[in-house]
Design a protein around this ligand. Structure first.
Ligand SMILES: Cc1cc2nc3c(=O)[nH]c(=O)nc-3n(C[C@H](O)[C@H](O)[C@H](O)COP(=O)(O)OP(=O)(O)OC[C@H]3O[C@@H](n4cnc5c(N)ncnc54)[C@H](O)[C@@H]3O)c2cc1C
Length: 366
């Protein structure tokens, strides 16, 4: 759509019928900041059946308005009806910015809607901002431009992409990048119930016969406070025993580099980085990981990064807060032993972590 009277920031509110996606709440957090910066309202679009209670939750997490679309045919997500509903809503209400989570649903929906509205879309953004943009060639100044920031060329450059001429400005955003906003159950907001007509037409090409929930036993990296990551330096699946042991003693989770995953030493659900997960633990311990930019992108929001690597020139030390130069097969058993002793003395993990940083010397071990 070409520019005109567009205003407001929208996010698509994903859910599985029982709860709102965590990535949606993250979008509300970043959407709120963008909306405040340009003095606009933040709205969420909620589609489904029997899900009005989610609207109050979206408001408590920062939405000013919720466009609620309920219909028996929309109980489960299917691409074409959802794309039609969203396209019609956007065309009618004219938001200036529309954000989706870069999860399976967002990646399916957003490109279709952008194509139907003839506007631009940046997929998989790792950062967002908003401000003015001056086109150097024409000298033209554009206001309220969404800076859609993401790695490009395999992570070698970080590109800022803009959509100056078309509206809405659209982006999908990687889950795990932005912090969860604080919930405020007393927040006021408006729920707008939208009427839609869904006839038996080409929009309903898919009929859902049965829903089967997959039991994936995935690594829960998104909520982990401590992650111990293993890379090629771990040497094989056996080497991950030490990584798992350290993670266990710290009550943390196990992460991995793509090299370790590609080698088949650990499953993809543990992969951190550009083509894996984005995480933001309090502590990330990278063991035998060189620190390629594609890996670091996934963990740069960790509060503390500790690197264990036998190469003192490994790039991971440029990002690490604490570095241990040495062989992980010598260091990890000592560290695990020491932590077990500390843990035996201190009942709570918080105390243990505090002691760990005050008491233990995170010096370079040679
Ligand atoms: C488009 C694209 C997407 C990518 N996506 C990802 C991604 O999502 N995640 C990701 O991780 N990578 C990704 N990569 C790959 C990335 O570029 C690196 O190849 C990868 O991260 C390297 O993994 P590594 O650090 O485990 O292995 P290496 O780079 O081989 O590093 C191994 C390290 O272990 C150290 N070491 C060896 N033995 C020991 C020992 N005994 N004790 C201590 N240290 C030891 C070495 O000094 C070395 O620094 C991507 C690449 C591309 C092009």
């Amino acid at each position: 759509m070409s520019k005109g009277d567009f205003s407001g920031v929208w996010i698509y509110a994903g859910h599985d019928g029982s709860k709102i996606d965590r990535a949606t709440l993250e979008l509300l957090g970043v959407g709120r900041k963008i909306a405040e910066k340009i003095g606009a309202e933040l709205s969420a679009v909620l589609i489904g059946c029997g899900i009005k209670h989610f609207a109050y939750e979206l408001i408590s997490y920062g939405a000013d308005k919720v466009y609620l679309v309920e219909h028996e045919e929309l109980k489960y997500y299917t691409t074409l009806p959802y794309a039609k509903v969203l396209t019609d809503l956007i065309a009618g209400e004219k938001p200036e910015i529309v954000l989706f989570a870069a999860n399976t649903t967002g990646r399916d929906l957003a490109p279709r809607i952008a194509a139907r509205l003839k506007t631009g879309l940046t997929a998989d953004c790792t950062d967002l901002d908003v401000g003015d943009y001056e086109d150097k060639a024409s000298g033209k100044l554009y206001k309220n431009i969404l800076y859609q920031i993401r790695p490009a060329f395999g992570g070698d450059v970080i590109a800022t992409i803009v959509t100056p001429e078309r509206r809405p400005q659209m982006a999908t955003v990687r889950p795990g990048i932005f912090e969860l906003p604080k919930k405020n159950p007393g927040r006021d907001g408006e729920i707008i119930q939208c009427r839609i007509e869904l006839g038996k037409n080409e929009e309903q090409a898919v009929e859902i016969l049965k829903i089967v929930k997959e039991e994936r036993g995935e690594a829960n990296l998104k909520d982990a406070k401590i992650i111990v990551g293993g890379g090629r330096g771990v040497g094989g699946p056996e080497g991950f025993k030490l990584i798992r042991e350290l993670a266990k003693v710290l009550s943390g989770q196990v992460g991995a580099s793509r090299a370790a995953v590609d080698a088949g030493w650990i499953s993809y659900s543990h992969q951190i980085g550009l083509t894996g997960q984005t995480v933001r633990p309090d502590i990330y311990i990278a063991c035998g990981i060189s620190g390629a930019v594609q890996h670091v992108i996934g963990v740069k929001n960790a509060k503390i990064i500790i690197a264990i690597n036998k190469d003192p020139h490994a790039p991971i030390f440029d990002f690490a807060d604490y570095g241990i130069v040495g062989d992980l097969f010598e260091i990890l058993p000592v560290l695990i032993e020491k932590l077990k002793n500390i843990k035996a003395k201190h009942k709570t993990l918080r105390k243990m972590v505090n002691v760990q940083f005050r008491g233990l010397t995170w010096k370079t071990i040679k």
